[in-house]
Write a protein that binds this ligand. Structure first.
Ligand SMILES: [Zn+2]
Length: 417
């Protein structure tokens, strides 16, 4: 039957995974391919080549997204799928690339089975999904929905280089924007990055919503003093203030059942054993699918950090980086993913995503869905991240079936939540 014919070639998927995941920064731990790194450039060339080999027309848009198109019979709008190929530092082999490789494999299976869709199929490798040194995530998917502002492009990295300077293209980034009638729907396949599917013994997750994220950088300015002579009660220790801020972030993360909060990075200067730290910086992020909680969190954290800084006589600057409100996926697309999975015989459950994804941005433009496949032990953003190729095959097969269903079945943007 038709759906079985679209099943992916697992050996080919395995070989692709092996090649692409192996393009990493030699000097970094884990499977690291940060945006703008040499390995990332190599990976993107690899992706463009694989897309072309799959018969896709390959185009790099002004922000740097790689877009491969398979022409359909003539419906103007495209069905899009894709994900990202950058990783966090010290990351794993599957986060992101699974969704890009699956899109390419679907294109190959359509070609090999002589299946021509009514819509164009658009497979996208979105630029820089992970948070980077500029404090900006989802560069590519933000750009296609018109959500990259001049402020984002001006964000400096640690060396003072603006994000805009890192982009290959000096073209108008606004030209990367997709028109609202250009894309009929979007589906992203991704590893779950959590333990739920494995724990429940299920093959697939149908994502109902993507958690919102707030990110803040707190910079503390204390006073450098001799660590031997300045009494404890008379110090203005920036690092101790930062330590209290770290605990405040944790407490806020514990304040709601579905919320999480993390400090992933702390820096301090001058970094000498015999000098009281005069400068410290804390990078934090807070996530929840609850809009009311996220609405409160900025005020709560700002007040808590101001309190700890005041108590120690330390000045603080708090910068809120890109925020991302919770995003529901489109009900009709969820239904098509679920019915496609069921009709092949795959088990699934509905679930929210605690992780942010490119799909969260595309959802502002087009009906959007996400498919999760299990992550072994729930591990992700670490070298141990693992998903069996058979599971990736299940996800890829379901992606193909869903796109096929979207090509013919009526589905629409979900207007009310
Ligand atoms: Zn990802």
């Amino acid at each position: 039957m038709k759906l079985d014919r679209l099943a992916p070639d697992l050996e080919r998927l395995q070989a692709d995974l092996h090649e692409l995941s192996g393009l990493v920064e030699p000097d970094l731990d884990g499977w690291s391919r940060p945006v703008f790194s040499e390995s990332y450039r190599a990976a993107r060339e690899w992706v463009a080549r694989k897309m072309a080999d799959a018969g896709l027309q390959v185009h790099v848009d002004p922000v740097g997204n790689i877009v491969g198109t398979r022409e359909g019979r003539g419906v103007r709008a495209a069905l899009a799928t894709g994900s990202h190929t950058d990783t966090v530092r010290g990351g794993g082999r599957f986060d992101g690339i699974v969704g890009v490789l699956a899109g390419i494999e679907v294109a190959r299976r359509l070609r090999e089975t002589g299946t021509v869709l009514e819509h164009d199929l658009r497979v996208v490798d979105f630029l820089g999904e992970e948070p980077n040194d500029h404090g900006v995530s989802c560069i590519g998917s933000r750009a296609v929905v018109g959500a990259i502002s001049a402020d984002y492009l001006a964000m400096p990295d640690g060396k003072g280089v603006a994000l805009g300077e890192r982009l290959d293209s000096r073209d108008d980034i606004a030209a990367a924007r997709w028109a609202s009638d250009e894309v009929a729907g979007f589906v992203e396949l991704h590893v779950e990055q959590g333990p739920v599917l494995e724990r429940d013994g299920l093959q697939l997750g149908v994502v109902t919503a993507i958690a919102g994220i707030e990110r803040a950088v707190a910079t503390f300015h204390g006073r450098p003093d001799h660590a031997g002579t300045m009494p404890m009660g008379e110090r203005h220790d920036a690092l101790l203030t930062a330590a209290e801020a770290v605990l405040a972030v944790e407490q806020i993360g514990c304040s709601a059942p579905d919320a999480v909060a993390t400090v992933g990075r702390v820096e301090s200067l001058p970094g000498a054993l015999n000098i009281v730290p005069s400068w410290a910086r804390v990078w934090s992020e807070l996530r929840s699918a609850s809009t009311p909680w996220l609405d409160r969190v900025r005020g709560d954290l700002t007040a808590r950090i101001a309190d700890v800084a005041r108590a120690r006589g330390v000045d603080v600057e708090l910068d809120w980086l890109n925020d991302q409100p919770p995003v529901p996926t489109t009900r009709s697309v969820q239904d098509l993913i679920a019915s496609s999975a069921s009709s092949i015989g795959y088990s699934w459950r509905a679930m929210p995503s605690g992780a942010g994804h490119d799909a969260a941005h595309i959802a502002s433009l087009a009906p959007t869905g996400m498919i999760f496949i299990p992550s072994q032990g729930g591990r992700s953003h670490c070298p141990e991240e693992w998903t069996d190729v058979e599971a990736i095959g299940v996800g890829t097969h379901t992606l193909a079936a869903t796109l096929l269903a979207m090509d013919t079945a009526p589905f629409a943007r979900q207007e009310e939540q």
